[in-house]
Design a protein around this ligand. Structure first.
Ligand code: IMP
Ligand code: MG
Length: 177
């Protein structure tokens, strides 16, 4: 059985999301933005963030996966679903659930910058600072968290727990002696 321990409550998340939305609204005052969510983990964060942003905003989604057989450190990422709209000349905000090794966002940043957007910012709800393999600068960060596996608020373990309203640490029961 999986044990869950609440790490960040829904109230703390709501307050932080409102703060980030305020920053974005000020930074891009008067300009339209494209929010690009990284499927599937970022969907809930994007939905909450978007509703607090006081700007003209459109949505797009992108999906990536790491190569199963490649070593994690290779940093190879496979594009599963690309954006629908052209990104040229747009203000892009890439919305991600968690910044971990940084390999995913480093790949996506390079991919999107090649399309000549007007600007590219990264918003990540969570940041596992100590796990970083690739330097990635996120412009908007919700919470720095320790190196523990978390689920909820979009984050999954084998596709489960995405619908939990709080961010929880997944603690597996120790094996019986
Ligand atoms: P990165 O390329 O290592 O930065 O990977 C980021 C991706 O790994 C995120 O989009 C998540 O899908 C996944 N991930 C990293 N840490 C966790 C975690 O603690 N819980 C659930 N998913 C995680
Ligand atoms: Mg993800």
């Amino acid at each position: 059985m999986d044990k869950l321990r609440v790490l960040i409550t829904r109230e703390q998340i709501a307050q932080k999301v409102a703060e980030i939305a305020g920053h974005i609204s000020r930074d891009f005052a008067g300009e339209p933005v494209v929010l690009i969510g990284v499927l599937k983990g970022a969907t809930i964060f994007l939905a909450d963030l978007a509703r607090q942003i006081r700007l003209e905003a459109t949505f797009d989604f992108i999906s990536v996966s790491s190569y199963e057989n490649a070593r994690q450190q290779s940093g190879e990422v496979k594009l599963i679903k690309d954006t629908d709209q052209s990104m040229e000349g747009k203000n892009i905000i890439l919305v991600e659930d968690i910044l971990d090794t940084g390999l995913t966002l480093a790949y996506l940043r390079t991919l999107l910058l090649a399309r000549r957007p007007k600007s590219l910012k990264i918003a990540a709800l969570l940041d596992k600072v100590r796990r970083r393999l690739q330097p990635v600068h996120a412009d908007y960060i919700g919470f720095k968290i320790p190196d523990e596996f978390v689920v909820g608020y979009g984050l999954d373990f084998a596709e489960r727990y995405r619908n939990l309203p709080d961010v929880c640490v997944l603690e597996s029961d120790p094996k019986p002696e």
